[in-house]
Design a protein around this ligand. Structure first.
Ligand code: M6R
Length: 611
């Protein structure tokens, strides 16, 4: 949610900032802006993508300085418009030339705005961010760092900010609480950004700013303090990020690239972690807590969106394989529900980015109430990975497309390994684990086989592309996959879709079924196959077209439904990793058919860093 990047050094800031914004654009893209210090601060802002800003800057002079800040926005307060785009300034008539970019939400901005208005401030935008710029201006007394600290002591909410001031043309002040921010440390230069993708082209040395921390950067030095001005020493670390991984290559969209990367990503996810011959799972990140996990009395998974669907599958896995009572909750609901955490409760946060605000808050809530906390996270060094007691990285590589694909599969693989790791130490027989791990090892190949059906899926898509409503049905392990399939279709093609447990259909939603409302039925040859076939018939007798996801070779189902997408046979607890793939491709081809912006769908941001 909003990407921020700032630079201070000896190079021209503008190209570095624009390049950084392009890397961060997946975080928000309804407007963009940039400010460069060049005697005065020059500001450019526009509605739309970074490329619009770039074009606009070609017609403007004065953006030649070596200190600057830039922002790509996902609107929270104030519609997407030029006047609400960042950067924002402090008061025009009584200000000090303070300019700021912000990711997050200032929750008490109404009170602060009123206070500032009473003191004569006039606001140009509807944003909470402008209020913070004015507040810093109001408290400024010749020291930008001190003014930022003082202002941040007054605000509640979340922020990652970068601030510059015309009175201090060689100083960049940045700060963080709740929203991510990293400082890249180069030779006589610093580049600050929401994530490492905007930093690695310049330096691989970086530190994360902790909550309530401010950094004052000049070209050759920096210092970090708390907002109460207590000095702190951050730990500079080597960034592990290969820029090649985020090249689009020959693919038209990141989403398609990431779908096709899944087999290899899963091989990396499994590498060195399973040993089918000995029936062993090795998860280095949790070894220290193995005993606590084995003795756990209750497990709670939390996540949002696709990560929530992975959490639902994880609940089935944990109860089946580890036999530990398990629950799953939206992070956003868990934290406001006064949850009861007894001794022996383990809270497991699932997140691709590791920065989802609600999931971070749920994790903090669980921790504060005494739960052991784990993270199943993709982004190394992200907030969730740092704040949990232990965790397992997905290791599927950077995911750029807003629609989560390979991270979902990685989450399922890691959850399977975790449940097996615990189950093996509790009661699962070595033979059983060996054969499960044998199967797990074949999953990347199965996924590869399904990706090869992309052209066929494309043709099926064309047949149904004009339908405006879809239902997705699944049972057991494939119920969360039905939800995920519907989410994929909604988020990138803007077509209404609902996922549900197949048996739930006749409790209401069956009223929607007609010849214009196709139903996707996940109907594998598993324990629930016959029940699923009965549900399919209920749809068919009401005229609903059925597209089945079925087990290769199931001639029976092929003869009885309108269309089939085949998946290889596998144990039912591993099926979601495979059945999700045709649904990803189905959503992808539908979105392309409709000319939608697949990688940056309207109204969405990759990482939801506000609650
Ligand atoms: O980074 P996270 O996994 O915590 O993100 C959670 C959701 O915001 C995310 O899965 C979202 O639902 C995706 N757009 C789904 O494709």
């Amino acid at each position: 949610m909003c990407g921020i990047v700032a630079y201070i050094g000896h190079k021209s800031a503008k190209p570095i900032l624009l390049e950084g914004l392009k890397r961060l654009e997946y975080r928000g893209y309804d407007s963009a802006g940039l400010a460069v210090m060049n005697a005065n601060i020059h500001v450019a802002r526009t509605v739309g993508r970074v490329r619009v800003l770039e074009e606009m800057l070609k017609q403007h002079e004065g953006f030649d300085g070596t200190l600057g800040i830039a922002h790509t926005r996902w609107a929270t307060h104030g519609e997407p418009s030029e006047r609400n785009a960042h950067p924002h300034r402090d008061d025009e008539s009584n200000g000090h030339g303070i300019v700021l970019i912000h990711n997050g939400i200032i929750e008490n901005y109404t009170v602060l705005r009123k206070y500032l208005q009473d003191r004569g401030h006039t606001f140009q935008s509807d944003t909470d961010t402008e209020v913070l710029a004015h507040l810093i201006g109001e408290l400024y007394d010749g020291d930008l760092e001190a003014a930022v600290q003082a202002a941040l002591r007054e605000v509640t909410g979340a922020y990652a900010i970068a601030v510059i001031c015309e009175n201090e043309p060689d100083v960049l002040v940045v700060a963080r609480k709740g929203s991510p921010l990293m400082v890249g440390v180069g030779k006589d230069e610093y580049i600050v950004a929401s994530d490492s993708s905007a930093i690695v082209a310049h330096t691989t040395q970086a530190f994360h700013l902790e909550d309530y921390t401010v950094a004052r950067l000049t070209r050759d030095a920096f210092r970090t303090t708390t907002i109460d001005n207590v000095p702190i020493s951050p730990q500079i670390k080597e960034l592990e990020f290969d820029l090649g991984q985020i090249d689009l290559g020959d693919y038209e969209h990141y989403m398609l690239k990431e779908i096709f990367e899944q087999p290899q990503a899963l091989r990396l996810c499994l590498k060195g972690r399973i040993n089918p011959r000995d029936g062993q799972v090795v998860l280095g990140g949790i070894t220290e807590f193995a005993r606590d996990l084995v003795k756990a009395k209750r497990i709670i998974f939390v996540g949002q969106g696709t990560a929530f669907h992975a959490a639902m599958v994880s609940e089935y896995l944990m109860e089946d394989l580890a036999k530990i009572p398990t629950e799953v909750e939206f992070s956003s609901e868990f934290r406001y529900r006064n949850p009861i955490i007894q001794d022996g409760t383990v809270l497991i946060a699932i997140s691709q980015s590791g920065e989802t605000a609600d999931t971070i808050a749920a994790l903090q809530e669980g921790k504060q109430r005494g739960a052991l906390t784990l993270g199943l996270v993709n982004v190394v060094g992200s907030t969730i990975s740092r704040e949990t007691d232990a965790g397992v990285y997905l290791r599927v590589g950077p995911e750029i497309g807003v629609a989560s694909t390979k991270a979902f599969l990685g989450q399922l693989m890691v959850a399977t390994m975790l449940a097996t790791f615990i189950g093996r130490r509790r009661f699962l027989a070595a033979d059983y684990v060996s054969s499960l791990l044998d199967e797990l090892e074949t999953i990347p190949d199965c996924v590869e086989k399904v990706t090869q059906l992309s052209d066929q899926i494309h043709d099926v898509t064309a047949k149904y592309a004009d339908r405006e409503n879809w239902l997705f049905l699944g049972r057991g392990y494939n119920y969360p996959v039905a939800l995920e399939g519907a989410l994929k279709l909604k988020e990138i093609s803007y077509i209404h879709a609902e996922g549900m447990p197949a048996a739930e259909l006749k409790h209401g939603a069956i009223a929607l079924v007609d010849a214009e409302t196709p139903v996707v039925a996940l109907a594998l040859q598993d324990e629930l196959y016959d029940k699923m076939r009965a549900n399919i018939q209920e749809v068919q007798v009401r005229g609903g077209p059925v597209l089945a996801i079925a087990t290769e070779g199931d001639a029976d189902i092929a003869a009885s439904v309108d269309d089939v997408l085949w998946v290889p046979s596998c144990p039912e607890e591993l099926a979601p990793v495979i059945t999700a793939v045709p649904l990803q491709l189905f959503a992808y081809h539908t979105a392309v058919y409709h000319g939608c912006d697949v990688d940056q769908p309207r109204n969405l941001a990759k990482s939801v860093t506000v609650e």
